[in-house]
Design a protein. Structure first.
Length: 255
């Protein structure tokens, strides 16, 4: 069974390289004795090169997006192969903030295939904007999974992490609401069923994690009762103390 995993998404933060290095070093130093939890930090592209040079065996690096072509006339894009060369080993794909900018399931599918071919482990984000009384959100997540993972082989599913992020619970969403471990567990069970229907017994090798403004205050409940293999904090990952606390809570549960 794969280790539990905590993935920090820094989004477009911090503002300068010096702050990024200081934050990463603080996290790396504080988790140096962690043994049973995988720790990943996903900073903005421009910080990857510097952070790769900070020596740590406990914190892996990820990127926040990738283009689906290796190279060419694609102004402003960065390929999965370039990211791997920079030291990234994971990549966030299909985040709700990118979907809001027009990113489609078809485009995300191309990015997943390219990332896998380049050696990156995709973190596929899925989740609904609202929870309607008719439970239509289940079908929305089903469509996201089926289209984003179309054409992916059974042998590759173990390399993919599915991050459930209900958009209505993300801190940047207006009038957001808190999600509960019950919400997480319900969707985690559903996600695993869709994966099993598509990939068979190999599906159990894929990890399902919870985002939705996960923080140090609710980490224990989500990890114990949310039916997930880890957490995907955003804002909390920008505070070394809070992020490390989440990691330590996960580590204590895994002993």
């Amino acid at each position: 069974m794969a280790k539990k995993i905590i993935i920090g998404n820094w989004k477009m933060n911090p503002l300068i390289t010096k702050e990024a290095g200081k934050l990463f070093e603080s996290i790396a130093k504080s988790v140096s004795r962690i043994k049973n939890t995988e720790v990943v930090v996903c900073p903005p592209f421009i910080y990857l090169d510097k952070l790769t040079k900070i020596r740590t065996s406990k914190v892996k690096l990820g990127a926040q997006n990738a283009f689906y072509e290796e190279s060419g006339a694609f102004t402003g894009e960065i390929s999965a192969l370039m990211l791997y060369d920079l030291g990234a080993r994971y990549v966030i794909l299909g985040h709700s903030e990118r979907r809001a900018l027009g990113e489609t399931n078809t485009l995300i599918n191309k990015k997943i295939k390219s990332s896998l071919a380049s050696g990156l482990r995709p973190i596929l984000c899925v989740g609904e904007s609202v929870r309607d009384e008719s439970h239509g959100y289940f079908n929305l997540v089903k469509v996201q999974l089926e289209k984003c993972l179309g054409g992916i082989s059974k042998n590759s599913i173990s390399k993919i992490i599915v991050a459930y992020e209900p958009v209505w619970a993300i801190s940047s969403t207006p009038f957001r609401k808190d999600a509960t471990p019950d919400d997480s567990r319900e969707m985690a069970i559903f996600i695993r069923k869709i994966l099993f229907d598509k990939f068979g017994k190999e599906a159990h090798k894929a990890r399902v994690i919870y985002g939705g403004s996960a923080n140090e205050k609710d980490a224990l409940e989500f990890l114990k009762n949310g039916g997930v293999d880890g957490l995907f904090p955003g804002r909390a990952s920008l505070d070394a103390k809070k992020f490390v606390e989440i990691v330590k809570i996960c580590e204590a549960l895994n002993k």
